[in-house]
Write a protein that binds this ligand. Structure first.
Ligand code: KG4
Ligand code: ZN
Length: 347
């Protein structure tokens, strides 16, 4: 314990808060890479009965949970606010009412203690989750960010230098998973249920469309695929045909995965990077990890993806991102605000 205390007193400790959607999370991370605590209070059971996140309920639950979660994160790390070098907080993108809870608490803590405040972009946080799972990882690399709200290809040139190559024109990959799952009467969030069902189905059973497949097109579109799957299910129901849910799940997932993998590889080749990094909630998808791993190995690229607990929303990834901003003095003042559509690489 004394060794731990000595180590912590020398380390640069970041306390971070994450409240952008339906997880209230706080974490303490040492030197940007070592997780001392990562407390995640999930609201999934609360929103499940509505089939999706209800923003107003999410904000209220964050208010109830946030202080106990911060207390627990400090307690589990064995530190107090006096040991903290900077406070990081997600200030976008996300649900405005949900973001405001974390931002207000972080600003109040910073004001009361004089600890510097760092405003973190949630998507950059997802990418940085990989630095926690892979201590050896360093930029440059190509990041494929696939979450409930975003699907983007980002050339990470340095710890603070990002180039957005392309993103989705309509639905995010995770959103498509959740909408298809809902029609198939699977619980919310549907991604993990489709993933499991797909393992037992035939990915070639139904030929669903692959949109924007052209070379060097780094934009995505999943709304056409979503409609195609819904039409397939509705037509079968009207005809009274029995639907093989596992085949639908496997064929849908294969269509998503094919597009994600081929664009990620083309983007890596175009930018001349040798490393590919997967990030966001959909990075937990087993079919995606398998195919991306195979294709990266074939192309001589090294693939990284976060431990499963760090794929979905958590404050440890926000602390990691905040650490690298803190190192270059990228601090926010008390005007820091929630920005629901905050763009990657912008303030
Ligand atoms: O990154 P995240 O926690 O929240 C956002 O920032 O959006 O991602 C949540 C998304 C949900 O759409 C969920 O269905 C999806 O990640 N997801 C998965 C899997 N696990 C979570 N999608 C496919 N396969 C999975 N195993
Ligand atoms: Zn997220």
């Amino acid at each position: 314990m004394q060794d731990d205390e000595q180590k912590n007193s020398k380390a640069c400790l970041i306390l971070a808060l994450e409240t952008s959607c339906d997880e209230t999370s706080a974490s303490v991370v040492a030197d940007g890479r070592i997780i001392l605590s990562n407390v995640i209070s999930s609201q999934v059971p609360v929103h499940q009965k509505f089939g999706g996140v209800v923003p107003e309920i999410a904000s209220r639950k964050h208010i109830e949970n946030v202080i106990p979660v911060v207390d627990q994160a400090l307690h589990e790390a064995g530190v107090t606010l006096k040991d903290i070098a900077a406070i990081g907080v997600t200030h976008g993108p996300g649900l405005v009412g949900a973001l405001l809870v974390g931002v207000s608490v972080a600003k109040a803590l910073s004001f009361a203690t004089d600890i510097p405040l760092v405003g973190v972009n949630h998507l950059e946080g997802h990418i940085f989750a990989n630095f926690l799972s892979h201590i050896e990882l360093e930029p440059p690399f190509m990041a494929l960010v696939v979450s409930g709200g975003h699907t983007s290809l980002v050339h990470v040139k340095g710890y603070n230098e990002f180039e957005l190559l392309g993103q989705t024109r309509d639905d995010a990959a995770g959103e498509a998973f959740d909408k298809i799952a809902r029609v198939m009467k699977l619980p919310y969030p549907g991604g993990p249920y489709i993933d499991r069902l797909a393992e037992t189905g035939n990915p070639e059973a139904i030929a669903f469309p692959r949109a924007l497949a052209g070379r060097d097109n780094f934009e995505f579109s999943f709304s056409g695929l979503k409609s195609a799957v819904l039409n397939y299910i509705n037509s079968a129901v009207q005809r009274g045909d029995e639907i093989n849910n596992a085949d639908v799940a496997a064929s849908f997932q294969a269509a998503v995965v094919d597009v994600l993998v081929s664009k990620a590889l083309q983007a890596a080749q175009r930018c001349g990077v040798k490393q590919v990094v997967l990030a966001g909630g959909v990075a937990a998808n087993s079919g995606l990890k398998r195919k991306l791993q195979n294709e990266c190995t074939r192309a001589g690229l090294t693939l990284y993806y976060p431990d499963i607990i760090l794929c979905t929303d958590n404050a440890a990834m926000i602390a990691c991102r905040a650490y690298y901003q803190h190192l270059i003095g990228d601090h926010a003042d008390l005007h820091l605000n929630a920005i629901p559509s905050l763009k990657l690489g912008s303030k």
